[in-house]
Design a protein around this ligand. Sequence first.
Ligand code: 5GP
Ligand code: MN
Length: 348
Amino acid sequence: MTGSAAGGSPAGAGPTDTDWAAAVAAVRELPATARVLLICHVNPDGDALGSMLGFGLGLRRLGVRQLQATFPGPPEVPEPFRWLPGSDLLVAPDDAYPDPDLVICFDVASESRLGDLVDRLDKAGSALVLDHHASNTGFGGIHLVDRHAAATSVVALGLLDRLGVALDAEIAACLYVALSTDTGSFRFEATTPAVHELAARLLATGIRPGEISRKVFDTRPFGAVRLFGEVLGRARLEPAAAAGRGLVWTYATRADLARHDQPAYVLEALIDSVRCTAEADVSCVVKQAGDAEWAVSLRSKGAVDVSRVAMALGGGGHRFAAGFTGRGTVDEVVERIRAELSGALLPA
Ligand code: 5GP
Ligand code: MN
């Protein structure tokens, strides 16, 4: 058992020296023939893909030859991340090693986020979990879970450093995407001096932050611009929700996407346009994922712990950014959120 698992909550104090040593040993002691499978969460974002591919490139530099990266669900990588170095490691979930020697999970807070790939975890020789969610359930064998890390990529770089992998521009580009997406371009509270020092290390490899940000944050198809106009036009403000802190929310259906000929990933950026509402602490976007299934994004400006709301409804995340999968109609899903909000207020 690892130090953090023995100490109780794996998301408590962050990885111990014992945890780091166990993770280093798990990689270093791999036989030359070992098959290593990297997995990030369903519907992957910049941190999931960036930390996974950046670490994968590091493993490749260490001489790991049988190496795959994957994620559950449709195997399409969102357009903003298709250029990431290391993308050649990606395989469809069905093609992933059925019984890898080592599985490494990135940005995955719970087994449910692994979808059908959870069976690889069961069949793997050992499993290493790199994450930064306070809601991490402690699944897997060796835990490198640091709830204070701004992104999973911070943990990934911590392990690459301990493995003696030299940072190069390809690895740095992946880790920079991960760090800049999860910190909202270095705007969120988790943006500590250490985050900027880490960003400085990444930039020192010669990567181009302007070019990366344009690809990742500032490019979307015209159809998505028009779709956003429609979806933002139906946003509702409920000033009395969350004990008067206010809720703003909207929703997007698959029909909305089809009408504008857009893939689902374009909706991931919507929450950033909704959460700027001055009159609401909590913001929410409800995105249709199935006939009566909705992927819900929640954000808070500080008055509400939205991870408590999300966990109560079967999901997880961070205090100020969380999500869950809701079932039923949009109104039923939003009603469940309203009901949880006042119980999730943080002390003033
Ligand atoms: P987003 O709204 O950007 O999809 O997710 C915000 C945060 O909530 C992320 O840290 C993400 O991992 C977490 N999250 C989103 N959806 C789910 C979900 O369905 N289950 C769990 N456990 N976490 C989620
Ligand atoms: Mn993350």
